[in-house]
Design a protein around this ligand. Structure first.
Ligand SMILES: *Cc1c(COP(=O)(O)O)cnc(C)c1O
Length: 396
């Protein structure tokens, strides 16, 4: 097959000159017929791997029944999915959107509306330095990515940044304008930096005592990625508002904003979206959740995560690298002196796809149903690359 002409796509990222065309499980294939072992999985969205039969069948069946009746009507799949998410989390209600950014944008709007109605017009949201909440203007403003500081000015006002894991910094940042604290339980895009359990517990107590909302962005950590359905469940801290995305649709664009009943203060006209909660993507998410909630599935994620973590720790010890960060199947390896992008390139040459969210770290986020053999193969390729780099560093 000849590679298609990609020049009509807007230039928004440096991508390798390969074009993907097919996938199955942990394997991804390009137009030249080369196969890759995929430990990126569309940035942790394909939680069941590429084209899993349960998802393909759910989509095909729903596509034959109804794709989009308009958001002006209820549909059976969205209602079923909302009930499932509500029952499996902290109750309350659900608003569906199409991307993580859009779910977070909805969380910000909900907090501002709640502040206007319940907190005398308070609107400020305290967020974390290095946080990633998405690429709409408001979610970029809420994010703490250093490279974005000067970009697309002026930003949306109303966000105050504090360092992660520093409760005193949150306490000092609170004023009568504050309505909420918003963070990721594990900062994914920043390079997999967990919020400490004790910090989250004390933050929950503090926000409750001050009448502030706690918003957890579980777009990356949710849907089993860290070994529990939602990360907050492992930490024992219940948020007032939670957002989901990535793994929820198993690769299809659906995200969700969940909020405790008392916080659900949108009125007709405040929030919506033409594509939101259509039955096609909702059916996909139901199929994903049924799979992830099957008895034993999450135990398996924990076991596979431990296998990958153990292997990474062995590599770190053998090649004088740094710590392993993260939980479940959201893991990062600190590299000390080696270059992440260089390792990513060399791994790709050997048919392994991994990601380097920052120069000094690798991130691995395979399918949640990856096999033990695939984990071992990933570790073997990484060991080869590390041996090669330690023997002859890049550029020498
Ligand atoms: C990926 C991500 C987002 C943005 O999701 P999109 O679907 O790309 O808009 C938001 N928050 C977190 C924590 C993420 O990892």
């Amino acid at each position: 097959m000849t590679a298609p002409d990609t020049r009509h796509l807007m230039y928004i990222a440096n991508r390798p000159p390969i074009v993907m065309t097919e996938g199955r499980g942990s394997l991804l294939r390009d137009t030249a017929g080369r196969e890759y072992l995929d430990f990126v999985q569309g940035w942790a969205v394909n939680c069941l791997g590429h084209c899993p039969p349960v998802l393909v069948e759910a989509i095909a069946e729903q596509a034959r029944r109804l794709i989009n009746p308009s958001p002006g009507f209820f549909n059976d799949r969205a209602a079923e999915l909302a009930e499932l998410l509500s029952r499996r989390s902290f109750g309350g209600r659900v608003f569906f959107a199409n991307s993580g950014a859009e779910a977070n944008e909805g969380a910000i709007k909900l907090a501002r509306k709640w502040g206007a109605k319940q907190r005398g017009g308070a609107y400020e949201i305290i967020t974390a330095e290095r946080a990633f909440h998405g690429r709409t203007l408001a979610t970029m403003s809420a994010s703490g990515k250093p490279q974005w500081r000067e970009l697309f000015e002026p930003k949306v006002p109303g966000f105050v940044k504090v360092p992660l894991n520093d409760l005193a910094a949150v306490q000092a940042a609170v004023s009568e304008r504050t309505v909420a604290v918003m963070l990721e339980p594990i900062q994914g895009e920043a390079g997999v930096f967990p919020a400490d359990t004790e910090y989250l517990r004390r933050l929950r107590a503090f926000t409750a005592e001050r009448g502030l909302l706690l918003i957890l962005d579980e777009v990356q950590t949710g849907i089993g990625r860290t070994g529990t359905l939602f990360r907050y469940q492992a930490v024992g801290v219940e948020p007032d508002v939670m957002t989901l995305g990535k793994g929820l649709g198993g690769g299809l664009p659906i995200s969700a904003l969940l909020a405790r009943e008392a916080v659900c203060c949108f009125e007709p006209g405040d929030q919506g979206g033409t594509m939101n909660g259509n039955p096609l993507v909702a059916a996909a998410a139901i199929a994903v959740l049924r799979e992830v909630l099957r008895p034993g599935f999450l135990d398996q994620v924990v076991a596979l995560g431990r296998r990958l973590r153990d292997g990474l720790e062995r590599l770190a010890a053998a090649h004088a690298l740094g710590e392993v960060r993260g939980e479940g199947l959201l893991l990062a390896l600190a590299l000390r002196d080696l270059s992440g992008p260089e390792i990513v390139r060399r791994a790709m040459d050997r048919g392994l796809l991994i990601n380097s969210p920052r120069e000094d770290s690798l991130r691995l986020m395979p399918a949640l149903n990856v096999s033990a053999a695939e984990i071992d193969r990933c570790l073997a390729v990484l060991a080869e690359v590390l041996r090669e780099l330690r023997a002859a560093p890049a550029g020498s």
